[in-house]
Design a protein around this ligand. Structure first.
Ligand SMILES: CC(=O)N[C@H]1[C@@H](OP(=O)(O)OP(=O)(O)OC[C@H]2O[C@@H](n3ccc(=O)[nH]c3=O)[C@H](O)[C@@H]2O)O[C@H](CO)[C@@H](O)[C@@H]1O
Ligand SMILES: C=C(OP(=O)(O)O)C(=O)O
Length: 426
């Protein structure tokens, strides 16, 4: 397994291109199940998770073709076509690699009248149940059976009738699954307390481009008028707000000056607010967001929350940056119960972080030092990279496969802005 080696202490400056959003792409790809016609997605990031999802879709008989990507380009174009489905089963071996596989349940049920998906189970960041996905589909008229580690959803003859569901907790994945099931239902469906992350808006925009009828896009109350068929479309994946925020933290911890090319302010307001509270300048400029730092970082107090709140997927990266702020920051993780695995590793690099339940107190230090560190999830890995950029000496981040799930050509992008970073075999 590869590791990333960083020799810290360089000030980052220049332009970093922001890739297509992983978490948008992973809900746009299963939309190929909803039509017999071709779906072309542009700006798809080159990531291990996208490759795994492609593999999963191929297993249902969906053809996938990648067009004209030169090795030096970021992103690529994929055309998917589900002319005929040869299987409606998502097996354990593919689902366990990637939790987002559960997002085939809703569209497969809508298209084929039934779907069987291995239960994804928990993961390093927490329990991650799917009860709300199932309750929403039941509310739309599906019958749900659980057996041998699999969930089977079955629509009545003639298709899902549609219905109404109010989420007791905001869930991104459950909102996505419910939307993809409702667009082909016979009647009208409503979702209340739905997630309204920018990736959900991206999904709604693609579904509308395919002929779906959705009201309330961008709000927590969605009304979906089912249509009898959807058609193909060509669609551009939105920029990755979490990748952009990660590079912003990397720039800030090195006192740098970096343009996040392609980043959109409207997707990132809470992250931008947190950066500004920390004393980082963030300006909307032509082509993206400019990050500059000209003084010490200040401490920040915040809690993660569903959009438009501060994203849980940015918590670890912001924490790494705040390790070198002047004063004590207080971060509270409200979404996932076990998302502080980066804390002991950051502390091994000289950070002073204490956790109590869901709250972490980050006492700023003047200096961090490079070390061998091990990450257990995607954003935790990125937090160690960020710390390594500011630490004295060499940091070796092991288990790079986590980073390859969600950061397109990380070491190349960091090198573009002046980091001393390389990938090596372990
Ligand atoms: C591929 C993708 O887009 N993943 C994102 C998605 O994950 P994901 O969609 O899995 O996360 P959810 O928004 O569903 O989870 C939010 C909260 O709801 C709870 N819950 C969720 C579903 C359910 O059926 N029952 C239940 O209790 C979860 O335990 C968690 O506490 O949103 C998360 C929250 O923004 C992000 O961290 C992930 O990066
Ligand atoms: C938690 C994340 O992803 P996933 O839901 O795919 O695990 C993430 O993107 O930070």
């Amino acid at each position: 397994m590869d590791k990333i080696i960083i020799r810290g202490g360089r000030r980052l400056s220049g332009t970093v291109p922001v890739s297509g959003a992983k978490n948008a792409a992973l809900t746009l790809l299963p939309c190929a199940l909803l039509t017999e016609e071709p779906l072309t997605l542009r700006n798809l990031p080159r990531l291990a998770d996208i490759d795994s999802f492609q593999h999963l879709l191929n297993q249902f008989g969906i053809s996938t073709a990648i067009a004209g990507a030169r090795p030096e380009d970021f992103g690529r174009v994929m055309t998917l076509q589900a002319t005929r489905l040869t299987s409606t089963v998502a097996p354990y071996d593919l689902v366990r690699k990637m939790r987002a596989s559960i997002l085939v349940l809703g569209p497969m049920l809508a298209r084929a009248g039934e779907a069987t998906v291995s239960l994804p189970g928990g993961c390093a960041i927490g329990n991650r149940p799917i009860d709300l996905h199932l309750k929403a589909l039941e509310a739309f008229g599906a019958r749900i059976e659980l057996a041998s580690g699999y969930v089977r959803a079955i629509a009545p003859d003639g298709g899902l009738p549609g219905g109404s569901y109010t989420f007791p907790v905001v869930s991104v994945g459950a909102t996505e699954n419910a939307l993809m099931a409702a667009v082909l239902a016979k009647g009208t469906s409503t979702l209340h307390n739905a997630a309204r992350e920018p990736e959900i808006v991206d999904l709604c925009n693609l579904l509308v481009a395919m002929g779906a009828e959705i009201e309330g896009i961008g709000s927590s109350d969605l009304t979906i008028h089912g249509v009898s068929r959807l058609h193909g479309a060509t669609y551009m994946v939105m920029p990755d707000r979490i990748e952009a925020g990660s590079y912003a933290c990397a720039a800030a911890i090195t006192g740098g000056d970096v343009l996040l090319a392609g980043a959109r302010m409207e997707d990132m307001a809470s992250t931008v607010q947190a950066l500004r509270d920390a004393g980082v300048h963030v300006e909307e400029v032509r082509g993206g967001l400019q990050i500059t730092t000209d003084g010490p970082l200040r401490p920040v107090t915040l809690s993660t929350a569903p959009f438009p709140g501060f994203p849980t997927d940015m918590q670890a990266q912001l924490m790494a940056m705040l390790c070198m702020a002047e004063g004590s920051s207080v971060l509270t993780e409200t979404i996932f119960e076990n998302r502080y695995m980066h804390v002991p590793e950051l502390n091994r690099m000289g950070a002073r972080i204490e956790t109590k339940g869901r709250t972490a107190v980050v006492h700023g230090v003047k200096k961090m030092t490079g070390a061998d560190v091990m990450a257990t999830d995607l954003r935790a890995s990125m937090s160690l990279i960020i710390a390594g950029l500011a630490a004295e000496g060499e940091t070796r981040v092991h288990r790079v496969y986590h980073l390859d799930r969600g950061y397109e050509r990380l070491e190349e992008k960091l090198s573009l802005i002046g980091a001393d970073v390389e990938r090596a075999g372990d």
